[in-house]
Design a protein around this ligand. Structure first.
Ligand SMILES: NC(=O)c1ccc[n+]([C@@H]2O[C@H](COP(=O)([O-])OP(=O)(O)OC[C@H]3O[C@@H](n4cnc5c(N)ncnc54)[C@H](O)[C@@H]3O)[C@@H](O)[C@H]2O)c1
Ligand SMILES: CC(C)[C@H](C(=O)O)[C@@H](O)C(=O)O
Ligand SMILES: [Mg+2]
Length: 366
């Protein structure tokens, strides 16, 4: 099969982890006889520096001509004082909105061995395996009016019924393919948008009698994620809550550097990006954990290209590297050898090319 992938490295560690992920993608091509044509594009701070815009038109054009987009991360202190139109993050929100990517899937899976690196290891149940379904193109991020003056600032939180319905449906559909439970997270004791959210979930529930539904207020959900992580399957929530809860949930896996994400359109086109940011504190040092970016490639193979075996092979290869006694600085374990970003990617490729992985491939993310 031949597929075209727009690759937007972005800023900071985005450069390094995306390079690692592309190497793995090309190795999948060799091993499974596919051609992945890579079209590079600019986004974020680097795009501002080189073109004056955080999301240049050429980048959108390249993405439109591609089957999927792989994105690293944007942002960094260099651009922190820029006016809001010239913030790297504007490019990220822009690409999500432009392509109508309202559903962002963030799998959180603690894998044997890996979760021992979590600061919560003594409290963890073994079966952390949830999917956070984050609404991505609405809510506070995009609400109008939005302004800041010297004496005050306004952000608006709006959600239409339709925006809520489509993301809640995604949550129910995914739950059917997984463990059959939806936890809807809101702040319905205070926010009008959350009251509407809860109402919609209650209505949709009738169409999914096979799915168990739980409502949690976001503050309690934040607590329960840590105390009872094994009780979650699909978590469906609005944009800002999903942003915060996914970083929190990453701790259950050992590191933020382990969490991939996928935002998929119904025609199969998708944007794949690690959950983490540009990590300015470690950028340029070749020590970032590339797992989130590589696992995002696995999600791309599965969701946009229908390559389930290839996706599972990549996932298995990543976890095998940890099982074989290697790690990155963020998930250090005693007795494990710390690898650089690029060396970790090479180990993943070795695993893939050894073909042994096909004997014990795990099921890919659903
Ligand atoms: N998707 C994105 O592009 C995205 C996501 C989050 C933050 N950001 C941007 O990134 C910049 C920095 O934000 P931040 O520091 O709050 O969040 P961050 O996610 O970049 O980093 C938070 C912490 O996690 C660590 N970390 C992140 N990714 C890692 C990896 N792959 N391996 C090892 N450690 C990793 C960092 O070193 C840091 O200590 C900001 O400009 C922010 O807006 C971008
Ligand atoms: C950089 C920022 C705008 C972004 C978000 O909040 O969506 C990031 O935190 C994420 O999780 O993808
Ligand atoms: Mg975030």
């Amino acid at each position: 099969m031949k597929k075209t992938v727009a690759v937007l490295h972005g800023d900071g560690v985005g450069q390094e982890v995306t390079e690692a992920a592309v190497k793995v993608l090309q190795s999948v091509g060799r091993r499974f006889d596919h051609t992945f044509e890579v079209k590079k594009g600019l986004i974020g701070g680097i795009a501002i520096d080189e073109t004056g815009y955080p999301l240049p038109k050429e980048t959108i054009d390249a993405c439109e001509k591609s089957d999927a987009v792989l994105l690293g991360a944007v942002g960094g202190p260099k651009w922190d004082q820029n006016p809001s139109e010239l913030r790297p993050e504007k490019g990220l929100l822009g690409i999500r909105k432009h392509f109508g990517l309202f559903a962002n899937l963030r799998p959180v899976k603690a894998v044997k061995g890996m979760s021992e690196a979590s600061p919560l290891k003594d409290h963890l149940s073994k079966d952390v395996d949830m999917m956070i379904v984050r609404e991505l193109t609405g809510g506070l991020y995009f609400g109008e009016p939005k302004r800041k003056t010297h004496n005050g600032a306004v952000d608006s939180l709006t959600y239409s019924r339709e925006e809520i319905e489509r993301i809640v449906e995604q949550g129910f559909e995914l739950a059917r393919l997984r463990k059959g439970k939806v936890t809807s997270v809101d702040k319905a004791n205070v926010l009008e948008t959350s009251k509407l959210w809860r109402e919609v979930v209650e209505e949709k529930k009738a169409h999914y009698p096979d799915v168990e539904v739980e409502h949690l207020l976001v503050d309690a959900a934040a607590m329960k994620l840590i105390t009872q992580p094994g009780s979650f399957d699909v978590v469906v929530t609005e944009n800002l809550f999903g942003d915060i809860l996914s970083d929190e949930a990453s701790v259950l896996t050992g590191s933020l550097g382990m969490l991939p994400s996928a935002s998929i359109r119904s025609d199969g086109f998708g944007l794949y990006e690690p959950v983490h940011g540009s990590a300015p504190d470690i950028a340029g040092m070749n020590i970032a954990n590339p797992s989130a970016a590589i696992l995002s490639v696995a999600m791309m193979l599965k969701y946009s290209f229908g390559m389930e075996t290839e996706a599972s092979a990549v996932e298995t290869a990543v976890y095998s590297v940890f099982d074989d006694g290697y790690c990155t600085t963020d998930v250090q374990k005693s007795g494990h050898r710390v690898l650089t970003t690029s060396a970790f990617a090479d180990k993943v490729i070795e695993e893939l090319e050894r073909e042994l992985v096909s004997d014990h491939i795990m099921s890919a993310y659903v």
